[in-house]
Each structure stands twice: as C-alpha cells, then as structure tokens.
Design a protein around this ligand. Sequence first.
Ligand SMILES: [Zn+2]
Ligand SMILES: [Zn+2]
Length: 345
Amino acid sequence: MKKMKAIVKEKEGIGAILKEVDIPKPKEDEALIRVIYSAVCGTDHHIYSWNPWAQSNVKLPHILGHEFVGEVVEIGRSISQVKVGDIVSAETHIFCGICKQCLTGNQGICKSMKLLGIHTPGSFAEYITVPEKVLWRNPKDIPLKHCAVQEPLGVALEGVLAEDISGKSVLVTGCGPIGLFAIAVARASGASEIYASDVKEYRLSLAKEVGADKVINPKETNLAEATLEYTHGDGVDVLIECSGSPKALRSGLEALTKGGRVSLVGLFGQEINLEPNSLLVFKAARVYGISGRKIFSTWWKVRELLEKRKLNIDPIITHELPLEEFEKAMHLVEDGTCGKILIKP
Ligand SMILES: [Zn+2]
Ligand SMILES: [Zn+2]
C-alpha cells in the first residue's frame, strides 16, 4: 500500500503529529484528490486543542483539515460528473438527501449530515477522498489559493447577503478570516460605509486593507458609542457578528438602527445575557442564524465574484506553510496574528 504524509491527531489532549499513513482508496461514489492547498479553520484548532466540542464530535485517530483545493487523480465506479484531472474543492456538509430539510432545498442544514474533515478523514494530507455529491469543480481561471478558501468565504457571503446591503451601513464585529471575508463581500456588494471591530490591532489593519472605512478597537473605544457617532446617532443598518463574543454582540445590537438586520455568523462559547426588549423587539430587528452555505447557490455566487475578480481577498491569505510547519499554524491561530493560513502538502 502506498503511503502519504498527513497531520493526525492520535491522542486526547493538545496536539497532533505529522506521520505516514496509507493513501485512502476511494469508495464507489468517491473521488481521490491530490491536495494542492488546504486552509486552516478555527475548527481545526478546536480539534488540535481538544476542546469540549471536539471531544464529543471527533473520533481518534483523525486527520485534520476540511477547506481545500486539489486535483482528482482517481474516481470510484459510480462517479459520472467528475473526471480525473478536474480541479475541485468541496462543500463540507455531506447531506443525506432524504430528510425533510434535504427534500425541501435546505441541504446545508440537513438533519443527519456528516462533516467532511470532522466525521471523515481530512485534507491536511497529500490525498483525501470525497463523495461526488459534495465536490465542486473549479473553473481554470480562478487562482488556486482563492479556490482553497471558498468554503469559509461562502459562510461570510451568506452572512452579508442574507438581505440586500446596497447603500446600507454595515458593522462587522470580529475580524478573523470570516469577518475579513465579510468586509470584502460587503465592499463588493455596494455597502455605503463599513465599520469593523476587533480587539487585535493586526486584524484591524487587515480589515482596513480589504475595505473597512472605519475600524474600532473596543479595548480602547466604546464600540456602540463610536458607531452611533459615525452614523450621526442613527446606528448601522446591518450588523454582521463574526466574533462569538457576547460583549461584541451586545455593543453591535446597541449600535443597530431601528428596523435593522443582524446576521449571526460567529459561534458563542457560552450562554448570553441580553436585554431583548430594547435591543431586538422594539427595534423590530430581523435576526438570521448563518449555518454554513446554501448548497449550491452560495458556491455559484462565490464563483462569479472570484472569477470576475470582484473580491479583494488576497490580503486575508497571510501565510503559506508546509505540512511540516502545521504546529506553527496552530500557534499563529492562538495568537490571532494571521488571516487565513494555507497548508501545502
Ligand atoms: Zn472551516
Ligand atoms: Zn438530509
């Protein structure tokens, strides 16, 4: 059996190691893909650090990684659309196709979905197998590095475009990769003014680079007050919450105009204490929970924007590291001194 390099989490507790494992054999409905770039996600760090979520969702040993671009090198017998040589990425929500959600056009929130790279072996490896139904064929003219980040970019796009934003003011709280992608999408989609907040100066400077008009560090400035001042006391039309911080959500809602819209993209590590009457009810606010992408309408929108070079996302891809330096990638994520990190097998 031929071998490949992969980042494997073998034991509970912090850590993962680079080791040689068997190259997987694709099942009937799967393709074998040679990974070209794989992008690091917060979820990979959750698995690496073995947080409570990872403990109850991931079976060991496990290969990390789920955002990628690669080349198809072998296909299973029942595959009909994908060919050897295709450059592909993947939707990470492996939907069942038969539940109520799947049968009503909502595969992205399938009731019994499996997650690629979480419930199946991941892409921090030289090869990965993926079921054909979640493969996405990339056109030749999108840069490979952009192809590798379409999955998180799609989440940001859904958050921003849950409603029309042209001519509207937008506040993005949290400037990790998803928040930064959200700023780039908002800029390309005609937002009138974009405010961005984060507690890390490094991330605020990236936010400016990708199109934020004003950046606010809540450690130094009251976020709600500053935003209200910028908007002449009206507040913002749209809040895109990407930080998962209860404080940021509260400040963002305080800064939301009456009749405004909220997209909740970030995941919260705890329960939140909010005063709903003044912050939501009397504002007649519309709140959207953003869970992944729409399959596959989000992918088509992302493709259009990338193919026509409408998104300024190059500054967000801050690092490119070999598999051997995976540990360094995890430290960068912990420090928050990175945007998206690409891993090259
Ligand atoms: Zn991810
Ligand atoms: Zn389903």
